[in-house]
Design a protein around this ligand. Structure first.
Ligand SMILES: Cc1cc2nc3c(=O)[nH]c(=O)nc-3n(C[C@H](O)[C@H](O)[C@H](O)COP(=O)(O)OP(=O)(O)OC[C@H]3O[C@@H](n4cnc5c(N)ncnc54)[C@H](O)[C@@H]3O)c2cc1C
Ligand code: FES
Length: 272
């Protein structure tokens, strides 16, 4: 009983290190044994005192017993989190949600923006003899991050990190899904994993399914409780926080909301 209570009550942690990834993205490191060991795809609810509590994927740290959040400055809560300094405190509860199924072989990871966070954690669960390709997308060169980290984590293995920028200022010009389509013309993959903007994931899942490749996506929907109570993350017949956030391609393509609708802060269904 007591264990459940502490699981769902924010635990206060201190920010120990802040790394600027891009002008709008920062990674904030803290010590926590549980968060340091979460499965790829799991998330935490992060309490920013006096502001709000928001869902965040749990980023890896290369130091034992530590984890991090990689935050993009967006609205009130993420801007406040982005502005936190070493020594500031935040609350964390979780981890919540399911995780990617760790497959072996030729694996393709397709991510955009902070959607790369669970994919980077997934990399740390893969085998040395896997052949991993990561396609990472950003609008422009100054918003590219985790390229060096991905190469470092995959050092000594057969791997490829492909960057796609929408304006062509770095790497391949276009969307990650353009790069994915190009790659699939000449390469075979055993599984595709994706996380990022839902329109992007929708396209990636369609491409993988058309090529008969197992595909999983981690869905980022509006979330308030993170534990299946409030219903704000309802997504077709499922709840993204409790039944996901990771779903397989077949389930996603059967879900009429995937890629087409999203919910507002008041729960109203709207088109993308
Ligand atoms: C599972 C999951 C993992 C995420 N991981 C990351 C991450 O690693 N890094 C990162 O920068 N962002 C991540 N996000 C998105 C992040 O939670 C939203 O950008 C953030 O909640 C927006 O809050 P805001 O106050 O800055 O913006 P506002 O638009 O002002 O949001 C205000 C309210 O809407 C809710 N809200 C708005 N957008 C979202 C959203 N996409 N998802 C959930 N709630 C939302 C907030 O909780 C808040 O209550 C993740 C979202 C989910 C669901
Ligand atoms: S966030 Fe409340 S039910 Fe999913």
């Amino acid at each position: 009983m007591e264990l459940q209570k502490s699981f769902d009550t924010p635990k206060i942690v201190t920010i120990e290190k802040v790394v600027d990834e891009t002008p709008t993205v920062r990674t904030m490191y803290f010590s926590d044994e549980i968060m340091s060991k979460v499965l790829p795809g799991q998330f935490a609810m992060v309490w920013i005192p006096g502001v709000n509590e928001i869902p965040m994927s749990v980023m890896i740290s290369q130091e034992n017993g530590k984890a991090a959040f990689t935050v993009r400055k967006h609205g009130l809560a993420t801007t406040e989190l982005f502005s936190k300094k070493v020594g500031d405190k935040i609350g964390i509860r979780g981890p919540y949600g399911n995780s990617f199924t760790v497959k072996q072989g030729n694996l393709l990871l397709v991510g955009g923006g902070t959607g790369l966070v669970p994919l980077i954690r997934l990399v740390t669960f893969l085998q040395k003899n896997d052949n991993v390709t990561i396609i990472m997308g950003a609008k422009t060169w100054s918003e590219v991050f985790f390229e060096d980290l991905a190469n470092k984590l995959l050092e000594g293995t057969m791997h490829k990190v492909i960057v796609a920028t929408e304006d062509g200022s770095y790497g391949e010009k276009g969307l990650v899904t353009d790069a994915m389509e190009k790659l699939l013309k000449e390469n075979k993959f055993d599984a595709v994993y994706t996380c990022g903007p839902e329109k992007m994931m929708h396209k990636a899942v369609q491409i993988a399914s058309a090529n008969k490749i197992h595909v999983e996506a981690s869905i980022e929907r509006m979330m308030k409780c993170g534990i299946g109570i409030c219903g704000s993350c309802c997504f077709g017949d499922v709840m993204a926080c409790k039944d996901g956030t990771v779903f397989d391609g077949t389930a996603l393509l059967a879900n009429k909301e995937f890629g087409y609708t999203h919910r507002s802060k008041s729960g109203i269904l709207d088109n993308y």
